[in-house]
Ligand binder design. Structure first.
Ligand code: TXA
Ligand code: MG
Length: 320
């Protein structure tokens, strides 16, 4: 088993793995995280692959220094600063407007990014030594419980990660509380290790409703799914119309099916990690072309192909 006791040497080694685009499971005060370089889209794709998630979910960027925040978020708010000064490092994740530096695969194409500074010396040293924010979901397989000890991670993900840093038992034991800041208001997206009351004692009332303008008042619904604003369909000859501006998203080769206005290829050698890493950015690019229609090629639902297809099917079901 690749469990390694966290110390100066192993943390340095783990940071090397992160910098090279590998996966490291590491302790935080809430639960163990499955970490990758948050600025390297291919490394982030490996997280989804390892977790076997059937969907893409936006990930939390873990930082080691408050000064890093402005690189990844454009937020300017005294209340946000107050929360940070009171509760970071700690089990509070803030969903904030993102900057262009944050890859689309981290945010699932959303304009917001979730950021937190964990309160665990091993996590902080690892992030610092990696000199990059670490994107990490809880280090469990999809549908399993979140891990609070190194061996929990080893049990389910042992063969999927390059190293598991053992920093003892997570002291909080439940995931961080997530709040979103939008239009000068705070919304609770997930209750967690920091109570709502504690947060409210600093900044006043936070909303528990949802932010999604399409689905007002449906609790639990997050503004976490980006879909292109252009109609999107799976390729079918019946959609080919010379009078329309049509874009095409191929999997691995341009099949020259039609004089498309714009074509994109997710991965020229058919690599699912690269395809996943490109998915949201390519959809954004196609969306910005003012097309009448985006056509997409379906891909085999295997490994990361499952999550990619899930996203495309959802986008194709969107009503206009
Ligand atoms: O305590 C924690 O938060 C742990 C440790 C490892 O930091 N991490 C964790 O990550 O629980 P994860 O991926 O299991 O849960 C993060 C949640 C997901 O439900 C995701 O949808 C939400 O955060 N999230 C992330 N980015 C978001 C965004 N931009 N907008 C809305 N929700 C977001
Ligand atoms: Mg989780």
């Amino acid at each position: 088993m690749n469990i390694t006791k966290a110390n100066k040497v192993s943390i340095k080694q783990a940071a090397g793995i992160i910098k090279e685009g590998g996966l490291v499971a590491f302790p935080t005060e809430t639960v163990y995280g499955l970490g990758a370089d948050g600025l390297n889209p291919i490394a982030v794709a490996k997280i989804f692959e390892a977790k076997k998630r059937p969907t893409f979910n936006p990930l939390i960027l873990h930082i080691a220094d408050v000064k890093w925040l402005k690189k990844f978020s454009s937020v300017k708010s005294e209340k946000v600063e107050l929360l940070i000064s009171k509760f970071w490092p700690g089990p509070l994740t803030l969903v904030l407007p993102k900057t262009d530096v944050v890859p689309d695969i981290v945010t699932s194409g959303n304009e917001t990014v979730a950021i937190r500074m964990p309160d665990h010396p091993v996590a902080l040293k690892l992030i610092e030594a990696s000199s990059t924010p670490i994107a990490a979901p809880s280090a469990n397989k999809f549908g399993h419980l979140s891990p609070t000890e190194a061996y929990h991670v080893a049990k389910y993900l042992g063969d999927k990660v390059d190293m598991i840093l053992d920093g003892g038992k997570s002291s909080v034991g439940v995931e961080s509380t997530i709040i979103q800041f939008q239009d000068d208001k705070f919304y609770l997206l997930r209750p967690g290790g920091l109570s709502k009351e504690e947060i409210e004692s600093e900044i006043g009332k936070i909303e528990t409703g949802i932010v999604d303008p399409d689905k007002p008042n449906a609790p639990g619904q997050l503004l976490s799914h980006y879909s292109p604003q252009t109609p999107l369909k799976f390729f079918n000859k019946k959609y080919l119309d010379k009078n329309k501006k049509i874009g095409m998203l191929f999997f691995c080769e341009d099949k020259k099916l039609f004089p498309f206005y714009k074509t994109k290829i997710l991965s020229s050698n058919g690599d699912l990690r690269e395809a996943a890493a490109n998915l949201f950015s390519f959809l954004h690019e196609l969306e910005h072309e003012n097309l009448d229609l985006i056509l997409v090629e379906s891909i085999e639902e295997k490994g990361l192909g499952i999550a990619i297809m899930d996203r495309l099917v959802k986008a194709s079901n969107k009503k206009f």
